[in-house]
Design a protein around this ligand. Structure first.
Ligand code: KIV
Ligand code: NA
Length: 276
């Protein structure tokens, strides 16, 4: 299993870090078998597998329930778990308590939090001091989508670009182990990556980040209809999965399934009871 130090070494050696989200046992198992470096139990869980409207509806219990399943599926892979909406904003004490609960119950390697406000920076520092590695998340931070005013690229002008660069330095200075950059112009993501000594993991942030992360269901095109520009689907499970189910339905209707190959038979026909 990768450790935080390995991530830093990968950055120094220009070896790309791969990350994918997973939300359950089979997706985690598949990601580990494929050889992914890190798994994120993202709060995208809410939309992708629970059918919520947004990440705002995701609860601590959801993250723990799914985080545990991911851990069972990928026991040898570095796992980060998202702290969900408002679970680290009410007070430092409550934030630390929630972090302890999620970290201990999921047995993950790291927690991820969005933003770089003063309170978040202190929180990152306290968690790191306590022994919980933190992955920061800047740029488009979906938990703040209602404040940001939509899913838009962040840091496109001089003021916001400077703010993002400053925030990246701050989370690194406060002990963050890695930084997810979401929907950031390629040039800015490159500058951030070259300005801090922790790995950047991009999603919609260009090729110069130290690593890349995508949502499992986006890569497989599974249950998602519209894909954002930054996603490259590597297969189409919407189509192949539906075709498989249609073939199954048709086979059952026409008695093509189960065939003898998929059925059990008695060795001794005399063993059948007499008909009444
Ligand atoms: O929840 C999530 O899937 C994420 C990634 C997109 C980084 O935070
Ligand atoms: Na997330």
């Amino acid at each position: 299993m990768l450790r935080i130090l390995d991530l830093k070494n990968m950055k120094e050696n220009h070896e790309k870090i791969t990350m994918v989200t997973a939300y359950d046992y089979p997706s985690a198992k598949q990601a580990e078998q494929a050889g992914i470096d890190m798994i994120l139990v993202g709060d995208s869980l809410g939309m992708v597998v629970l059918g919520y409207e947004s990440t705002v509806e995701v609860k601590i219990e959801d993250m723990i329930h799914h985080g545990k399943a991911v851990k069972r599926g990928a026991p040898n892979t570095f796992i980060a778990v998202d702290m969900p909406f408002m679970s680290y904003h009410i007070s430092l004490e409550e934030s630390l308590r929630n972090a302890k609960k999620i970290f201990q119950e999921t047995n993950a390697q790291s927690l991820k939090v969005e933003g770089a406000s003063g309170d978040i920076l202190i929180f990152i520092e306290r968690l790191t001091e306590a022994g919980i590695p933190v992955i920061a998340h800047l740029g488009l931070t979906p938990q703040s989508v209602n404040v940001l005013g939509g899913f838009k690229v962040q840091g496109k002008d001089k003021t916001t670009a400077k703010k993002l660069l400053d925030d990246a330095k701050k989370v690194a200075d406060h002990g963050a182990a890695a930084l997810v950059l979401e929907c950031v112009p390629t040039e800015l993501a490159k500058m951030v990556t070259n300005s801090i000594n922790i790995p950047t993991i991009g999603i919609g942030a260009g090729v110069n980040c130290d690593g890349q992360v995508l949502v499992y269901h986006d890569i497989l095109k599974y249950g998602v209809d519209r894909l954002p520009k930054f996603v490259k689907p590597y297969t189409d499970f919407n189509d192949s999965g539906t075709e498989a189910l249609e073939a199954y339905i048709s086979d059952v209707k026409q008695e093509n399934f189960p065939s003898d190959d998929h059925s059990f038979f008695m060795k001794n026909k005399d063993a059948l009871p007499e008909r009444e």
